[in-house]
Design a protein around this ligand. Structure first.
Ligand SMILES: [Zn+2]
Ligand SMILES: [Zn+2]
Length: 346
């Protein structure tokens, strides 16, 4: 089968590889669509220590069950499915306490094993047993369902930063992650959502989220503006959905007393340090949290929010390309064109 194969830093080749065998007790899924994620862009640009090369990347996928070795799970050929690519072990200290995203032995489809930029993807029995594979409800398109991974992260962030009804939430960054966080916070009952973003085009593009205020941080100081907008208090929750030192530092300054900052976007490996006045955290009694993934529970919730329209998943589908156009898709994603690029390997 034709696949996009990561063979090294800045090297992804389109080539013929052997079709995966159906794993014992698992599933073989025919991939209908797989979105290019920021992680795929990063893996291509800088390499990724955890990735086992050669690797077929792609973890935001949806498709149909082609063959099922997991009859007792109820999955049968033809079922429309999507999956949480983060497979927890189910046995470690954190899994036993229900904290799947903290699993010590997390195995990620498209990182530790071949993913969705190919005609077929093999899903191991552990993933089926742990509940990583989800049926797509009628009326939800494959592209929409493939959004559960980033959407589940946003739901996890909303929970970890304790977004409550009536809260003022600032989301810094208006890429796909920022838009999802804005939509999720609205659904959590946030009274006011403020999106902060440097690029005017990206800011405009995020208007479908229904946020209440859009602040262009290349034209005004977002800390000053948010402080003014909240009567000097600051925001109850600030979610930093971009990879920016400056934005993380601003977040700590613009959060209210007892408020929470969520570091949703990771900083580049070589420069992950930020500077801030720790007395701000001390006197404001504020919380600093982080988020990097979602559990199966978050994925189920994400799928229902997509099905009910609380997350307007169609808005994220900016490009749909065939596998032969993978490199063009990668370039579009690297250049931050639109929100999401989907590859249809069929
Ligand atoms: Zn992703
Ligand atoms: Zn575990």
């Amino acid at each position: 089968m034709k696949a996009a194969v990561l063979t090294g830093v800045q090297s992804i080749e389109l080539k013929e590889i052997e079709e995966p065998k159906m794993p014992e007790g698992g599933l073989l899924i025919k991939v209908e669509t797989c979105a290019i994620c920021g992680t795929d862009v990063k893996m291509h640009r800088y390499g990724y220590a955890a990735a086992l090369l050669p690797l077929v990347p792609g973890h935001e996928l949806a498709g149909t069950v082609d063959r099922s070795g997991a009859a007792e799970s109820g999955f049968k050929p033809g079922d429309r499915v999507t999956m949480n690519p983060n497979i927890p072990c189910g046995e470690c200290y954190y899994c036993r306490r229900g904290m799947q995203t903290a699993c010590d032995n997390l195995r990620i489809v498209g990182v530790h094993r071949d993913g969705g930029f190919a005609r077929y993807v093999a899903v191991p029995s552990l993933a089926v047993k742990q509940g990583c594979v989800l049926r797509i409800p009628d009326g939800v398109a494959y592209e929409e369902a493939a959004l559960i991974d980033p959407a589940s992260c946003a739901i996890n962030a909303g929970e970890l930063s304790n977004v409550k009804p009536g809260d003022t939430v600032v989301v810094i960054g208006a890429g796909p992650a920022g838009c999802l966080n804005a939509e999720v916070c609205k659904a959590f009952g946030a009274g006011r959502v403020i999106i902060v973003q440097r690029s005017a085009a990206r800011l405009k593009q995020s208007e479908f989220t229904g946020a209440d205020l859009y602040v262009n941080s290349s034209q005004e100081d977002p800390v000053k503006r948010v402080t003014e907008e909240t009567g000097g208090r600051g925001a109850d929750v600030v979610i930093v959905a971009c990879a920016s030192v400056e934005a993380q530092e601003q977040a700590i300054r613009m959060v209210a007393k007892r408020g929470a900052v969520n570091l949703f976007g990771g900083l580049p490996k070589g420069s992950p340090s930020i500077q801030f006045d720790s007395n701000l955290v001390h006197y404001k009694e504020s919380f600093v949290t982080g988020t990097h993934g979602g559990s199966n529970r978050h994925c189920e919730l994400a799928l229902s929010m997509i099905a009910s329209g609380k997350i307007k998943a169609k808005e994220y589908v900016s490009f749909q390309l065939g596998l032969s156009e993978f490199h063009r898709g990668l370039k579009l994603a690297e250049d931050k064109q639109g929100l999401k690029v989907f590859i249809r390997p069929a």
